[in-house]
Design a protein around this ligand. Structure first.
Ligand SMILES: Cc1ncc(COP(=O)(O)O)c(C=O)c1O
Length: 387
């Protein structure tokens, strides 16, 4: 080969009889084909293979198959973010004129997406208190296509009795979509309790190290085929490196979540008794109003997220921010380091004060995502910050 040709084409194929223990990153945005028959059969999904970056690479398939197996789903579609997953899901599933019943305390951007973009596309959403099965079922209409809830709600850690509502929805052919980002499959597997679709922000526990933005939708194969088509057409695809990182995150999901949940329970118990604290919200506490349901849906660890309502309101939150040395303010969750956030100014900033009050999101409410630190250090840091 000439020098230029060699530079452009050489060094690509390394013969090898060995297989790497850790899968490589397929950092390519297109695949090459040797004949038209293979083009045809790979394109049509009759032969395994890959075509183009936006359609997916081996890293996407590895991640999708792995998380699908953990959730007990037939198929999964990896997306660019949690919101990308919601977009692909709604584009794949819904048509103008359809109706959604959604939980009132969904993640703020999900609420905004359903309310703004959904409405403009002719999809109407009604928001209800999904912790009351009768309220959720009473909101169904003949054109309701889906119910959208969170497995553990953000920030008050409320649960939905999936088993109570699922049979009624199944009878009417209505999808039960559960955003399980706050729980992760190591804490709850909603498909085992009657959900038909699960979605995740992979940004959270599944990747777990604060370095990935990604999302995923999981469910029946036929439904996921439609979601995949919508993902490909809307360009809400994940990059291969993020797929690889998220796969690596899954390897330690169980040990991370187990330790984080044990830390969260200990911190929740310690904070419950503190005089500066009005209330602690953690589903693993006996004082959680849905503790029995929590134990049924989450027989193992109860998750790494707790919320604490401080008696001193905004001023107490500001003092906490200045005084905590270990817990950093970061508007996300699920990292290996403990972080906290202030829903009134972050995830729920768009929500009116009236609605926030109705939802129970007060001026003193902070949400803590508990990490892997030694729990005594976390307890003493919180004690000093609350002093
Ligand atoms: C419960 C929940 N769902 C979805 C999302 C959106 O995920 P992403 O930020 O990956 O788009 C978030 C983000 O915080 C979330 O908390």
């Amino acid at each position: 080969m000439d020098f230029e040709t060699l530079a452009a084409r050489g060094g690509r194929d390394v013969p090898s009889a060995s297989r790497p223990l850790t899968p490589p990153i397929y950092q390519t945005n297109v695949y090459v084909f040797e004949d038209m028959d293979t083009v045809e059969s790979v394109w049509e999904g009759k032969k395994p293979g890959f075509v183009y970056g936006r359609y997916g690479t081996a890293n996407h398939t590895m991640l999708e198959d792995l998380v699908a197996a953990l959730e007990g789903a037939e198929a999964a579609v990896a997306c660019a973010s949690g919101m990308g997953a919601t977009t692909a899901l709604l584009f794949g599933l819904l048509t103008a004129g359809d109706h959604i019943v959604a939980a009132r305390d969904l993640y703020g951007s999900t609420t905004a997406f359903l309310d703004d973009e959904g409405r403009r596309l002719g999809i109407e959403t009604v928001f209800v208190d999904a912790t009351v099965p009768a309220a959720l079922l009473a909101a169904l209409r003949p054109n309701t296509r889906a119910v959208f809830v969170e497995s553990l709600s953000n920030p008050l850690l409320r649960l939905v009795d999936l088993e109570a509502v699922a049979p009624h929805l199944a009878e009417r052919g209505i999808e039960l979509i559960v955003d399980s980002s706050l729980a992760s499959p190591a804490v709850m597997r909603p498909l085992e309790h009657g959900a038909t679709i699960v979605m995740h922000s992979l940004t959270k526990f599944i990747s777990g190290h604060g370095d990935v933005t990604g999302g995923m939708v999981l469910g029946r194969k036929a439904t996921m085929d439609r979601v995949r088509a919508a993902m490909i057409r809307s360009g809400t695809n994940l990059g291969p490196f993020d797929a690889w990182l998220a796969t690596r995150g899954v390897r330690t999901l169980c040990v991370r979540v187990e330790r984080q949940s044990a830390n969260a329970l200990a911190l929740a118990r310690a904070r419950e008794a503190h005089p500066a604290v009005k209330r602690v919200y953690y589903p693993g506490l006996d004082s959680h109003p849905q503790n029995a349901l929590a134990r049924r849906l989450m027989p193992g660890p109860a998750g790494a997220i707790l919320s604490v309502d401080l008696k001193g309101g905004t001023l107490a939150v500001e003092r906490f921010m200045q005084r905590s040395r270990l817990m950093e303010f970061a508007p996300s969750f699920a990292d290996v380091a403990t972080t906290w956030t202030y829903p009134a100014r972050t995830s729920h900033r768009r929500v009116s004060d009236e609605t926030k009050a109705e939802m129970g999101i007060g001026a003193g409410l902070i949400r803590i995502s508990v990490g892997l630190e030694k729990v005594e250090d976390l307890i003493s840091d919180a004690t000093e910050a609350l002093a």
